[in-house]
Design a protein around this ligand. Structure first.
Ligand code: PLP
Length: 468
């Protein structure tokens, strides 16, 4: 059964439940399975036409030990019952070989719901069994926070604190974090940027607060989130082209989603190319081209988008692609947040280029892709999806391999960016109450001590620690 090792090689090996509750490894690395489980071609073919939650059980089973199949099945069933589409993640055909995988039918209209709805249940379950509580502090530029709030609101064993940059996220995104009314959810509007929020959260995990409040994380470095995302690579590939190879185009920020596609491939799914689709923040496109990983200042895009300086999950791929002689390679050959530039070893670069390629689309190309999707297929797509469509459209030379574009957000989440002629995307009717519900949030200075005091004051794990 799978054990997990840190990419930096200096943290203890853990099992699935501990990896999920730990998030970032104590040596600063990311957890990866020591070996990759395999699914046979027959097993994969058998996913066709099965309910999504059942496939989730089959894909996740080899990664966990203590959670039984029945428990996993119950939680997956509940998690995906929150999705507003009977297929959970429907696959739409845009042209003979082009498909769009709609990952946005969850409670906050973003693909992050797919993983968050499941791991909130898994975490609460494991904590209840252990008679433990945990505190989650997460920084968000928009989508992560809402998905986390929806998933963790009202849970018995978890307190959730989300930090977002005050005044710098959309109203829909803010309201998804501030209107649940759940006592275990705390929205902090920080007077600063998203980077400030991230720095505050990161610092929390290095101080005594980490142990005092038994801190965990649910950002995309949490292995349990990646595993939950592996599932839809299987279901969509099997639906688009049973027993044949497919390509995936993935709008990429922190490299978590596309890394899940790589995991599916390592488990036996026939995937030809995983294409990284980037907007103007194109660090990985440059890395693949030049072999040099170089952090540059982020360009603020005119429209509201995710931005990522240093895609954290890329460390997992570097680790997997390390030269064979390298063993554990700690720390993951030169990769650390502090390093702003390093040259990939030739063997690593070659191994990565075997599996991935990258393309970028600027704002003009993205807008053109939104209009084209509307004109040609009658679909409104969000800007992230449009980046991937723009990138996919460039390879018209080879139409023998079906191409699946991951659609990561509902167009109504970014209505100002999605201006197809005379069409403004509407929020689905079931979100009608969102814009009128009362909001609960606390505005706070960009101040480490103040944030930590707040976290300590609301953490039930901290109180349990003191009591027992
Ligand atoms: C988070 C997010 C992404 C990026 O996903 P990563 O796993 O960070 O690469 C892409 N699109 C949308 C809409 C997102 O919310």
């Amino acid at each position: 059964m799978t054990r997990y090792i840190s990419t930096r090689g200096e943290a203890p090996e853990l099992g699935f439940c501990d990896v999920m509750l730990t998030g970032l490894a104590r040596d600063g690395g990311l957890y990866v399975p020591a070996t990759w489980p395999q699914l046979s071609a027959d097993t994969i073919a058998g996913f066709f036409g099965r309910p999504y939650w059942e496939v989730a059980v089959d894909v996740i089973r080899p990664f966990r030990r203590r959670i039984t199949d029945a428990e996993l099945g119950r939680m997956a069933n509940e998690a995906y019952a929150t999705f507003r589409h009977p297929a959970v993640v429907p696959l739409r055909q845009m042209s003979p070989h082009q498909f769009v995988l709609e990952l946005f039918h969850g409670p906050t209209l973003a693909f992050k719901d797919v993983a968050m709805q499941l791991i909130s249940r898994l975490m609460d379950h494991v904590l209840a069994k252990r008679d433990q509580r945990t505190t989650i502090v997460v920084a968000t530029s928009g989508d992560t926070g809402g998905a986390a709030v929806e998933a963790f609101a009202g849970l018995e064993n978890v307190d959730l604190i989300v930090l977002f940059p005050h005044g710098r996220i959309s109203e829909v995104q803010r309201r998804m974090m501030t209107t649940t009314g759940a006592a275990n959810v705390h929205a902090l509007a920080i007077e600063g940027t998203f980077d400030d929020c991230q720095a505050l959260v990161k610092e929390c995990s290095t101080t005594s607060l980490r142990d005092a409040t038994s801190l965990s994380g649910v950002n995309s470095i949490n292995w349990a989130r990646i595993v939950a995302q592996v599932v839809y690579y299987f279901t969509s590939a099997v639906a688009a082209a049973p027993a044949r190879a497919v390509d995936f185009r993935v709008p990429t920020g922190n490299f978590g989603d596309i890394f899940a596609g790589y995991v599916a491939k390592r488990m036996g799914l026939p995937v030809r190319t995983l294409r990284i689709a980037a907007n103007v923040n194109d660090i990985l496109a440059r890395t693949l081209k030049t072999g040099i990983y170089e952090v540059r200042e982020v360009h603020a895009t005119r429209r509201r988008r995710w931005t990522s300086r240093s895609p954290r999950n890329f460390e997992r791929l570097l680790f997997e692609s390390r030269p064979a002689r390298c063993g554990r390679c700690a720390p993951s050959h030169g990769f650390a947040e502090a390093v702003r530039r390093f040259v990939l070893p030739d063997a690593t670069l070659a191994a990565i280029r075997e599996e991935f390629d990258a393309g970028r689309a600027d704002e003009t190309e993205t807008a053109a892709a939104i209009r084209a999707a509307w004109r040609e297929a009658g679909e409104l797509v969000d800007p992230h999806t449009a980046v991937a469509l723009a990138v996919a459209d460039r390879d018209t030379t080879d139409t023998t391999v079906p191409s699946i574009v991951l659609s990561t957000a509902h167009p109504a989440k970014f209505p100002d960016a999605v201006e197809a002629p005379r069409q403004r995307p509407q929020l689905p009717a079931w979100l009608d109450g969102l814009m009128t519900k009362s909001e609960h949030m606390k505005v706070m200075k960009n101040d480490q001590a103040e944030v930590e005091r707040f976290v300590l004051s609301v953490s039930r794990a901290a109180k349990q620690g003191v009591a027992g």
